[in-house]
Design a protein around this ligand. Structure first.
Ligand code: F6R
Length: 609
């Protein structure tokens, strides 16, 4: 989604906000802009397309100033164009504002503002806010009210409905104002300089100390200090978080794409996540320990890839603990009317900011469920609203397609499954065996990563297809679903996943020599069944790729295109098998010349419903 950066310091604001903006590119955008308090007044420059276009526009302009804001826009209201790009100025062009989110009541507000003589330049919902601010700001300033901009913005907040992170700058004020309501906004505390941003990645180069604003909070920030107030105007004591990601973690490090780098980091991210869930680093809270023996059901919620990780978790936790585990898309959960109360909800979101997941989790809490969040981002909204948080320790994920956070989410779910099993007095020998196997998963993944050549070769032929089916059974059905999602989002090849047994109930009608099928096989109780289904595919002359364990000779009876992962406990096979599928998607997309890190129409963090 859109990205926000704000800077108040002593440095060259233009250079700093553009540099920081580049670190938000991964969120997806179609236009960009800056507003700098320069020695010649408030200077606003915008452009459509890449940040490079914006850089070309400002090159040669003398924009000197130490306070400024910047934005990458992902069009929601109005086409991608220069006028619709942020920052939006007020009628006198002395105030400028950037916004993430949606102002739901903008039509009414716009009509009222037009009737009061305001001049609108864009089609956006955002522009109403800057005009509302101007109506209050100039009279306050005329009256000599201190911090007139800060006061004006706070007066506007109650008029807005929807979700917003806003950052405002004015020609005659040497500070920025930031507000948050259901859309993330983070303060970065520097020395002699302070920042605002929509997430921490653009701040890593400058500081590791951050403060996440809560809904309804408004911040006033200059180069020396910042102050936060809540909706009632009470000063809020900031909770300062230390971010332990290094700026290098958010760089490509010699790889052609962030996605490839992140796929290749998985042995490390899985190890770190495993360690984070063991020994002194993790104990089930006394409250959960008491709850678990009587737990009638669990429900997992999430979106996209996080949902798919939840599906793996469902199979794993259910078969191990015998606790029934439901699974629901967060966007569906929030509007559902369940017949029975689910005592424990696990909400999964790598970003911790996905609007649908947050809303679903709030609904779950309203229904009286205990909530556990699984996320990759320390201090993100989900961590502040869930009863308990479990962290994936994957480091920053910049590529839009989730990869290392997906496998880390599975690791957390598996480890949580073990702890639930323990709390239910499960067999210690089985527990020890599984924990030992999970410890070995990073090694399995490393082996997959060392053998990418064959995957690359197979991807070449898949990259020519128009439609590809992915099939799997039991715990590897979610592996197939995630494989299809990865392929479609970055290569734009239509891909669909089915439980292998479902093929004959409809999809077989679509199979032909032009529709390849990728099957995922593990050495489990459904292996033979899966191969029968693969036989059905071969009978329709559809080309088959099998992702199978090393040493699985049966796979070769059906195809020469066998891609392997090291032998492992079948319940853990989704992790190494998924790494094979991630690489398959990556190389197919590369073969097709796609914009792998920034697939069209997609954003890394979806903060609107
Ligand atoms: C796909 C992908 C998305 C996200 C989904 C949820 O590669 O990244 O499907 O998984 O938008 O995002 P989070 O996990 O941040 O809630």
């Amino acid at each position: 989604m859109c990205g926000i950066v704000g800077y108040a310091g002593i440095g060259d604001a233009l250079k700093i906000v553009i540099e920081a903006l580049k670190r938000l590119e991964y969120r997806g955008y179609d236009s960009a802009g800056i507003a700098i308090r320069s020695d010649r007044g408030l200077k606003i420059v915008k452009s459509v397309g890449e940040i490079g276009n914006l850089e070309n526009r400002v090159r040669g302009m003398s924009i000197k100033g130490a306070t400024g804001i910047a934005h990458t826009r992902w069009a929601t209201h109005g086409i991608p164009s220069e006028v619709n790009a942020h920052p939006h100025p007020d009628c006198r062009k002395k105030i400028a504002l950037v916004h993430n989110g949606i102002i739901e009541n903008y039509r009414t507000l716009r009509k009222e503002l037009l009737s009061r003589g305001h001049e609108f330049r864009s089609e956006t919902d955002t522009e109403v806010v800057v005009h509302l601010v101007e109506e209050r700001y100039y009279p306050l300033r005329k009256k000599g009210i201190e911090d007139a901009l800060f006061v004006a913005v706070r007066e506007v907040i109650p008029l807005l409905e929807g979700s917003y992170a806003l950052v405002v700058v004015a020609e005659d004020e040497d500070y920025l104002v930031g507000v948050r309501e259901k859309s993330p906004l983070v303060i970065g505390i520097g020395s002699g300089e302070n920042f605002l941003a929509s997430d921490v990645s653009p701040l890593l180069k400058y500081t590791s100390e951050v403060v996440y604003l809560d809904d309804g909070e408004c911040a006033r920030l200059d180069r020396k200090s910042f102050r936060i107030v809540d909706k009632e105007g009470n000063t809020v004591q900031p909770g300062i978080h230390q971010v332990d990601w290094s700026p290098k973690d958010a760089e490509k490090g010699g790889y052609e794409h962030f996605m490839l780098k992140e796929i290749n980091e998985q042995a490390g991210s899985l190890h770190d996540t495993f360690v984070g869930m063991t020994g002194e680093n993790f104990t089930l809270s006394p409250m959960l320990k008491t709850l678990v023996p009587y737990l009638k059901s669990i429900e997992i919620i999430g979106c996209g890839t996080s949902y798919n990780a939840g599906m793996v978790g469902k199979y794993f936790i259910e078969s191990l603990t015998r606790i029934p585990v439901g699974l629901c898309y967060a966007s569906e959960y929030r509007y559902s009317s369940p017949a029975e109360h689910t005592p424990l909800i696990i909400a999964i979101s790598q970003s911790g900011e996905t609007a649908d997941t947050l809303a679903a989790m709030r609904e779950a809490r309203r229904r009286g469920s205990v909530t556990i969040a699984i996320t990759n981002v320390v201090g993100s909204t989900i961590t502040r609203e869930a009863d308990f948080t479990l962290y994936t320790r994957a480091g920053p994920e910049i590529g839009v397609a989730a990869t290392k956070t997906f496998t880390a989410q599975i690791m957390v779910l598996d480890m949580l499954g073990l702890r639930l099993f323990e709390a239910k007095k499960g067999d210690p020998a089985q527990l020890g065996r599984l924990e030992g196997s999970l410890r070995g998963v990073p090694r399995l993944v490393q082996k997959v990563l060392e053998n990418q050549e064959r995957i690359k070769e197979v991807s070449r032929f898949l990259s020519k297809a128009h439609t590809i089916f992915f099939i799997g059974r039991n715990i590897n059905y979610p592996t197939a679903v995630e494989g299809a999602l990865k392929l479609k989002e970055i290569s734009y090849i239509h891909a669909e996943a089915y439980p292998a047994g479902e093929l004959k109930h409809g999809p077989l009608a679509l199979l032909s020599p032009e529709t390849p099928v990728v099957a995922v096989a593990a050495s489990d109780h459904v292996r033979e069944k899966l191969y029968s289904n693969v036989g059905e595919v071969c009978a329709r002359e559809a080309p088959v790729v099998i992702v199978a364990e090393e040493g699985d000779e049966t796979a070769w009876n059906y195809t020469d295109d066998v891609l392997t992962f090291p032998a492992c406990s079948p319940e853990l096979s989704p992790i190494p098998a998924s790494v094979v599928l991630q690489l398959l998607a990556y190389y197919a997309a590369k073969e097709r010349g796609c914009a792998i890190d920034k697939p069209r129409n997609l954003a890394k963090s979806v903060t609107v419903e």
